[in-house]
Design a protein. Structure first.
Lengths: 367, 583
C-alpha cells in the first residue's frame, strides 16, 4: 500500500473503483493542501465524478485510501468506511438538489439542525450565509420558485453553512446558460476565497477549470494525465491527450532528432516530401530518436512574409474574421495548421504563407 | 516475535471493522426486508408446488408422491369442464371489457363528447367496487323469477316470461366485463390523451374519414396499451371467484376458482388436488403477465411524442350526443342500476322480485351491522371490524414494505436488488385464490392459522406490488441527489428517509395506501380460503349471507361495503391523482 507521507490535508492514495467489470478509477493518487481549490477535469466517463463520490462516501471504493486531516475516510484494506454523514463535507450537486418541500431558509438550516445547533444560532448563521450568496430576500420562498442560478446559490449556501472541512462541487454550473455560467464562476470563486474551505471541483468544461482553480488534475480513463496550475496545464501539456483536451493545439506526429541540453532539442516532421526540423522544448522523459507528438497552440504559429524567419511554406485555405482575431487554416501537405493572426495583417485565402515558430512555445510531448 | 503475536489480532480487528462497516442502518433494514419478502412470496408458492405432487389416497388417510393430481385434473368429471368454462369466461369478459374500455377512453380523451371532464371518475367507479357484490346485484336484477328487471318487464311492458337470465356463464361474462372495463380504460386513456394530435390530423388531410382515421391511426398507436389492458383483464377474470360463485357455479357452470375453493374448504376437500389446480391456473396467469411485462408494457411509451398538449379533439358533430348517451348508459348499467337494486332489495324482509312499499324495513341492516343487538348475525357483523383492521393495518404495513423495497430497487446498488425487483412482480402474476391456497397449505399447522394474521400476511404478499409501483413511479421522477445532499449535510440514512425521502414521496405513499385500503376492504378470493369463524371479513360475510341466509340480508351488507368503498374512492379522488391508478 502506498504510504501516506505527504503533509497534504486531503490525501487520496491508489484509489480504485470498479463498476461491474469496468475500472472507473484506476489507482489514482493526489494530495492537496488546506484551503486549496483543486479541479478534476476530463470528459464524461473519465472517472472524475466517481473520484468525487468516493471522497463524499456516496460510493464505496474497491481499493486505496482517502484521508482528510487526521481522519481516514475510507480504506477497504483496513475495513474502514466512514458513512457520508460523518465526513463533515459540504457538497454542491449538478442538479442543485434543493429540497422542493422546504423553503430556502429551511434548506440552508438543515445541516445545522442535524448538528443540533440552538435555534437562535441557526437563524443567525443562515442569515449570514444567505447574505453571502445574495439570497436574503428569498429566504422564505419555496425552493421550487427559484431560478436555476438562485437554486445554485441556495445549494452553495447549504453546503458551506456548517463550515465543513471540505467542499465538493459536482459540475455545479453545467445546467446554467452560458452567460449565467460565466457570472457564477467568478461568484463561486469569490465565495470560496471568502470562506477558505478546501475545495474539489469536478467539471468537463476546460475554461471553467482554467478560470477557477489553483490546481487542475486532467483525467482520462480513470487515470491522471497531468496535474498543474492553469497556466502550466495550458502552456506545458505533457502529452497529446492534454494538449488536445485543453484549448486548441496543432498536433503532429514526428521524431525528436536532437537533444542539445536537458529539455531542449529539435523535432523533425515530414509532410508531403518536405522535412522540417523545429527547435522545441521537450517534455520530461523524451530522449533523442524517440517518436513524439508536436504540440503548438494556434496563437504561437506566426504567418510571416518571405524572409521573415518562416521555416515552412503552405497555402492559406481559409481565413475567417472573428473580430479580435482571424482564424486561418494553412495547408501544408496533408496537414492543416491552425493559425491565429492579427486582423490588421493576416493571410488571404489562396495565398502562399510562411510559418514561423517560437522554440519556447513549440513542444514535443508524449504521444 | 512481536509481529507474529500481533498479526492475528490485527486480522481480527480488520474483519470486525469490515463487519461494522457493513452493519449500517441502510444495509440492516434492507436485508431484513429482503428476507421477509422472499419468505412471504417464495415459501407459499414453493410449498404449493411441492404439495401438488402429493396424492391423497381414496380414504383420505395417507399421501404418496406422484403426478396423480395432475392426471385427475384431466380425468375428473367436473374439472376439465371448469377449465373450459374459465377460458370461455376470461375470453368473453376480455372482449367485452376491451370494447367498453377502449370506446369509453376514446370518447373521453379524443372527442368533444359533452361533459367528458365530469364523466371520467364515474367511469372508473366499478374498478373500485366489489365484482362479487356486482354479481349479487345483477342476480337480483336478472334472475328469471325474482329479478327486478324481469318483473318490471312483465308488470310494466306486459312481456311473458323473462327478458333475461343472468344466472349462467353469459351472466358471468356480462358482470366481469363491465367491472373490468375500467382496467382497459386506464391502460389506454393516458396514451390517447398524450398522443400528438397531428398524427390524426395528417391522416385526415390524406382524405381518411373519422372512422377510418380512428381505426387505422389512433387505435393502432395505442395498441400496446390495449393489449396490456386486455391481458390484465383476462388474468383477473381467470382468477375471479365471487362472480362465477354467485352466478354460474350453482347452476352447473363451475370454474377453476370455484373448484379450487371447494377443494380447499368444501365437503370433498383435498388440499393437494387444490394445489395442483392452483398451479395450473397460476402457470397460465404468470405466463400471460410475463408476456405483458416483458414484451408489451415496454412498448407502450413509443406511441407518445411527449409534446402535443394541444387540446385538439375530434369534433363528432351531432354524434357527440350519441357518445354522451353511450357513456351515460355505461355508468347507469355499471354503477347506478346495481346500487339502486341493492338498496331496494335490502329494504325488504323477503325478496320476491317485486317492490312492496308496505313491507319496507331496516331490519336487514340491524341484523348485519348492529353487533350488539341479539338478532345480529355474527358472521356478518364480524366483517366490518375485521375488514377495517385488515385494511388499515395491512395497507400501512404493505406501504412501509413497499417504501423500503422501492428505495432498495431505485437507490441502492447492492446485492439482492435484482431479486427484490423480481419478487415484487411475481405476486401480480398469481390470482389471489392461488396464493391463498399456497398460504393455506404452508401455514395450516402453525399458530397463525385461524387468526387475522394469516389473512393480513396473504393480503400484503399478494398486493404490496401495487403500492410499490405507486412509490416507484414517483421515486424515478425525483433525483437521487436530493437524498445524497441530505447525507452530505450530515443526516443519517434514517433521518434522510424521514425528513427528505418520505415527504417527497407523500403523494405516492398516500395514493398507494388508499388503493390498498380499497382492495383489502373488498377482498374475497384470498379471504374465502383462509377465514375461519371469528375472522370473517366483509366479503366473507356477504358470502355467508348469500349462501346461508337470504338476498335482502346479503344486499344490506353489500350496501354497507359499497358505501365504505365509495367513501374511500372519494378520498382517493380527493387526495391522489389519476396517475396513481395506472400502476
Amino acid at each position: 500500500m502506498a504510504v501516506d507521507t505527504s503533509g497534504a490535508y486531503l490525501q487520496v492514495d491508489n484509489l480504485v473503483k470498479y463498476f461491474g467489470d469496468d475500472k472507473a478509477v484506476d489507482g489514482i493518487s493526489f494530495g492537496i493542501p488546506k484551503g486549496a481549490f483543486l479541479t478534476l477535469l476530463g470528459p464524461s466517463g473519465c472517472g472524475k465524478t466517481t473520484t468525487l463520490m468516493s471522497i463524499a462516501g456516496l460510493h464505496t471504493i474497491d481499493g486505496g485510501r482517502i484521508r482528510v486531516g487526521e481522519t481516514i475516510f475510507t480504506s477497504p484494506k483496513e475495513g474502514l468506511f466512514l458513512p457520508p454523514e460523518k465526513r463533515d463535507i459540504g457538497m454542491v450537486f449538478q442538479s442543485y438538489a434543493i429540497w422542493p418541500h422546504m423553503t430556502v431558509a429551511q434548506n440552508v438550516a438543515y445541516p445545522l439542525e442535524i448538528r443540533n445547533w440552538d435555534q437562535s444560532d441557526i437563524d443567525d448563521r443562515v442569515a449570514e450565509v444567505l447574505e453571502l450568496v445574495g439570497l436574503t430576500d428569498w429566504a422564505d420562498s419555496l425552493a421550487t420558485n427559484l431560478s436555476g442560478g438562485q437554486q445554485q446559490r441556495a445549494s452553495l449556501a447549504r453546503a458551506i453553512v456548517s463550515k465543513p472541512s471540505l467542499l465538493l462541487f459536482d459540475e455545479p454550473l453545467s445546467n446554467l446558460d452560458l452567460k449565467l455560467r460565466e457570472q457564477m464562476r467568478v461568484e463561486l470563486k469569490r465565495i470560496q476565497n471568502e470562506v477558505g474551505i478546501t475545495s474539489i471541483y469536478v467539471t468537463h468544461d476546460q475554461s471553467e477549470a482554467l478560470v477557477m482553480s489553483d490546481e487542475i488534475i486532467v483525467m482520462s480513463k480513470g487515470k491522471i494525465e497531468q496535474r498543474g496550475g492553469p497556466v502550466e496545464i495550458y502552456s506545458k501539456p505533457v502529452n497529446e491527450y492534454v494538449s488536445n483536451f485543453i484549448g486548441i493545439a496543432n498536433l503532429m506526429k514526428g521524431k525528436v532528432v536532437e537533444v542539445s541540453e536537458p529539455g531542449i532539442g529539435k523535432f523533425e516532421v515530414t509532410q508531403d516530401g518536405q522535412t522540417v526540423q523545429l527547435p522545441c522544448r521537450l517534455t520530461a522523459g523524451i530522449a533523442a530518436g524517440e517518436d513524439a507528438v508536436l504540440s503548438v497552440r494556434p496563437e504561437n504559429v506566426h504567418a510571416v512574409p518571405e524572409g521573415g524567419g518562416g521555416v515552412l511554406t503552405g497555402e492559406c485555405i481559409h481565413a475567417i474574421f472573428l473580430g479580435s482575431y482571424v482564424d486561418c487554416r494553412v495547408k501544408w501537405g496533408d496537414f492543416e495548421w491552425k493559425v491565429i493572426s492579427h486582423p490588421r495583417n493576416h493571410p488571404r485565402t489562396g495565398e502562399k504563407v510562411h510559418l514561423r515558430f517560437d522554440a519556447e512555445h513549440t513542444l514535443a510531448v508524449q504521444p | 516475535m512481536t509481529t507474529e503475536t500481533l498479526s492475528p489480532t490485527r486480522e481480527r480487528s480488520r474483519t470486525s471493522n469490515r463487519l461494522r462497516a457493513m452493519m449500517t442502518q441502510e444495509n440492516l433494514i434492507t436485508f431484513v426486508v429482503a428476507i421477509i419478502v422472499a419468505g412471504a412470496v417464495i415459501v407459499p408458492l414453493a410449498v404449493l408446488f411441492v404439495s401438488s405432487f402429493k396424492v391423497l389416497d381414496p380414504l383420505g388417510w395417507d399421501t404418496a408422491w406422484g403426478f396423480g393430481n395432475y392426471v385427475e385434473m384431466f380425468t375428473d368429471r367436473i374439472i376439465p369442464k371448469a377449465f373450459i368454462n374459465t377460458l370461455i369466461i376470461s375470453s368473453g369478459s376480455t372482449v367485452l371489457a376491451t370494447f367498453l374500455g377502449v370506446s369509453l377512453a376514446w370518447i373521453n380523451a379524443r372527442t368533444n363528447c359533452p361533459g367528458r371532464d365530469y364523466l371520467e371518475p364515474y367511469n372508473l367507479i366499478p374498478f373500485f367496487l366489489s365484482p362479487f357484490v356486482g354479481a349479487i346485484a345483477w342476480h337480483n336484477l336478472g334472475e328469471p323469477q325474482t329479478g327486478l328487471l324481469n318483473n318490471l318487464a312483465r308488470d310494466v311492458l306486459g312481456i311473458e316470461g323473462a327478458i333475461m337470465n343472468i344466472d349462467n356463464i353469459w351472466g358471468v361474462i356480462w358482470v366481469t366485463g363491465i367491472f373490468f372495463a375500467p382496467l382497459v380504460y386506464l391502460f389506454v386513456v393516458g396514451s390517447l390523451r398524450r398522443m400528438d394530435p397531428s398524427l390524426e390530423d395528417s391522416a385526415r388531410t390524406t382524405g381518411a374519414g373519422l372512422v377510418r382515421t380512428t381505426m387505422t391511426v389512433t387505435l393502432p398507436l395505442v395498441m400496446p396499451g390495449i393489449l396490456s389492458g386486455a391481458i390484465i383483464v383476462f388474468v383477473t377474470s381467470a382468477g375471479e371467484f365471487g362472480v362465477p360463485f354467485k352466478l354460474s357455479a350453482p347452476y352447473g357452470w363451475e370454474t377453476l376458482t370455484t373448484q379450487i375453493f371447494s377443494k380447499a374448504v368444501g365437503d370433498d376437500a383435498n388440499h393437494y388436488l387444490g394445489a395442483a389446480m392452483s398451479m395450473a391456473l397460476g402457470i397460465i396467469t404468470v405466463f400471460l403477465i410475463w408476456v405483458q411485462q416483458r414484451y408489451i408494457a415496454p412498448r407502450s411509451f413509443t406511441t407518445v411524442t411527449g409534446k402535443g398538449f394541444r387540446p385538439n379533439v375530434l369534433d363528432l358533430g351531432p354524434w357527440k350526443w350519441v357518445a354522451f348517451g353511450y357513456n351515460l348508459t355505461f355508468i347507469a348499467v355499471a354503477v347506478v342500476l346495481p346500487i339502486v337494486c341493492l338498496i331496494i332489495v335490502s329494504l325488504h324482509p323477503v325478496w320476491t322480485g317485486k317492490i312492496v312499499w308496505a313491507d319496507l324495513t331496516t331490519i336487514n341492516y340491524v341484523k348485519t351491522l348492529f353487533w350488539w343487538r341479539p338478532e345480529a348475525i355474527s358472521a356478518a357483523t364480524n366483517g366490518i371490524g375485521n375488514s377495517l383492521i385488515l385494511a388499515f393495518g395491512g395497507a400501512s404495513i404493505a406501504m412501509v414494505m413497499a417504501l423500503v423495497i422501492s428505495y432498495m430497487i431505485h437507490r441502492t446498488k447492492g446485492f439482492g436488488v435484482r431479486m427484490l425487483d423480481f419478487l415484487s412482480v411475481v405476486p401480480i402474476g398469481f390470482p389471489g385464490i392461488v396464493l391463498a391456497m399456497g398460504v393455506l397449505v404452508t401455514y395450516i399447522q402453525t399458530p397463525i392459522y385461524a387468526t387475522l394474521w394469516i389473512l393480513m400476511l396473504a393480503y400484503i404478499t399478494r398486493f404490496f406490488p401495487y403500492g410499490q409501483r405507486n412509490i416507484s413511479s414517483i421515486m424515478l421522477a425525483i433525483s437521487e441527489e436530493l437524498d445524497q445532499s441530505s447525507r452530505m449535510a450530515g443526516a443519517s440514512w434514517f433521518t434522510t428517509l424521514w425528513r427528505i425521502t418520505i415527504p417527497l414521496l407523500k403523494p405516492g405513499l398516500f395514493a398507494g395506501w388508499i388503493l390498498l385500503f380499497i382492495i383489502f376492504l373488498r377482498e374475497l378470493s384470498i379471504s374465502i380460503i383462509l377465514f375461519t369463524t371469528g375472522t370473517e371479513t366483509l366479503s366473507v360475510g356477504v358470502y355467508y349471507l348469500t349462501n346461508f341466509e337470504n338476498e335482502p340480508l346479503t344486499a344490506a351488507l353489500s350496501m354497507a361495503q359499497t358505501v365504505l368503498l365509495l367513501i374511500a374512492i372519494y378520498a382517493f379522488r380527493r387526495f391522489a391523482g389519476r396517475e396513481a391508478l395506472t400502476a
